[in-house]
Ligand binder design. Sequence first.
Ligand SMILES: [Zn+2]
Length: 209
Amino acid sequence: MSHSFGFYLYSQNDNKHFVFWNDNDAIISRIASMVDLVPKIVGGNVTALLQKNDELMNVLHRLFDEFLGAYPRLKRIFAYLDKLGQDEEFFYVSSDAPLINHLTCIAQLRCIDDSNERKEVHDYILATWGFVSVKYESYGFGFNGIRKCIGVAKDRVCRFCGKQEGQVTFHKIAHAIPEALGNKLLYCNEECDDCNENYLCGDVRTKEC
Ligand SMILES: [Zn+2]
């Protein structure tokens, strides 16, 4: 049972990830059902091309009026849309969508105003990555410039010492790949502060033995 609903918005100047949590699944389902009502140029509930126009904004305002009190974070969506030009097109991609959906949208942003070229790019990405994505489960980060975290943000458990939130703290930002190797976007929610500080030392000591 899911307690969260999330999606990405990709436009020519800004990419953002939106996630909404609630202990009440009915509320999460209700927020997710908004996607059905949003007018789309093409696409559906997993990936869609949207346009910032009066029709879209009216639908969003009507729907969000119901939740803005309980969900102030919904305002982030309006802040994102405020930065788009009138009639600007942008992509919606569900957080549950496979990597290839994200790749096709990011690639199409280069020619978002030209539907013919957009289709060519879309088909090209599908042709080159499609087989791989069907055959293998694939993960990616960095291609959309959005920070990604491995593991859940609530009720964390350290993957190194096995201790839970409460037994240890998780205040420090843990890089999944060392920052010294150039990683600025992939983080890990499953590394406690103690292990963050001591893991490398322990590893080195082991090798010396
Ligand atoms: Zn730990």
